[in-house]
Design a protein around this ligand. Sequence first.
Ligand code: NAP
Length: 369
Amino acid sequence: MSEPDFTEDTIAIVGVGLIGGSLGLAFKRVGIGKHIVGISRAETIGRARDQGAIDEGFAYEDLASGVRDADTIFLCTPISRILDLLPGCLDAAKPGCIITDVGSTKRAVVEAAGKHNRPDVAFIGGHPMAGSEWKGVDAADPFLFQNAIYVLTPSGDTARSQVDRMAAMVSRIGAHVLEMAPDTHDRVAAAVSHLPQMMATALVGLVGDLNEKDGLPLKMAAGGFRDMTRIASSPYDMWRDICRTNAVPIRDAIEGYLTALASLKDRIEEEALEEDFVYANEVRERIPKDSKGFLNPLHELLLVVEDKPGVIADVGTSLSEAHINIKDIEVLKVREGEGGSLRLGFGTLSDRERAGQILSTQGYKVLTR
Ligand code: NAP
């Protein structure tokens, strides 16, 4: 099958924030979308144009004018606003248009689109599994979708050609497409994305309470605690909509987790607890490591380094000379004594092994996990 030619496309992006702006930049980077229209507040439009994420802008009041020539419309606002703006897009879209969204839950949006009678327009729910803790168009990144899972939730009556066209478009910006039913998406997302958020929020809250009541020093909450609770820093705005549009699966996931925790509690002094650890180790190893996803597993190394200027450059130069790509890097802020740690993520086990050998030879202390 030859790849569809997108160079003539007009693309409309409704809500030019982190995800919308990143889509605009990514489409521009690969040459899809001759004309990209943004629909947002005037201030956002100005910044998005300056960055090159869009060519032309419209206010929300002029939504119909903004989307009417679009071949593809991306709804990129918070989910509650996607639900508000969707009918206007469906009314104004030209025949043959694909409308999609990027909301983190799928059932509510897909159901709302299904109630609207525009058989000549294809609505295909979408969820790019990439993001950051930053918000707004200023944080937009043309490479955000590279190696990211991009879930599409087409309904049964969407023409295969439209689904293929949508899939080809997001593949061109580096994403890996995964098709599934909206309910399946929401159930999986509840377990692997929404439940971890609730766990992190509860765990940090618990430790905060202990700090206030018993004076537990927060300084001790380092290492694993920090790793596990990073997402407790997420702003509530986005989660309000996720929780409201996916309440039942999230409650079910919490119930399942409470049962699992209760079983661990019962076995806490028993040798049989080892089985739980072995099983968890095995399952974690099976999580695909070649792409970003709900979680972002990579082959990781920890490097114990002196806290001094030039260390990152030295490590980066050595690995680049060996053509080893560092997929992820983090300076761990937990320091013991004079040492510091770098966490490096690699796309393949062999890259991690080669990097470990090179850096050990150079005298760095290398730990794997
Ligand atoms: P964002 O950076 O805050 O962008 C959202 C944009 O929507 C804003 O720039 C804003 O532009 C517009 N907007 C319209 N009505 C709004 C309202 N009532 N409140 C806030 N913004 C409003 O957020 P984002 O991270 O791009 O998220 C957008 C969508 O992507 C959400 O549905 C989210 O579920 C989904 N998503 C997010 C991530 C992630 O990690 N961030 C990942 C995958 C999917 P104006 O101010 O110009 O109106």
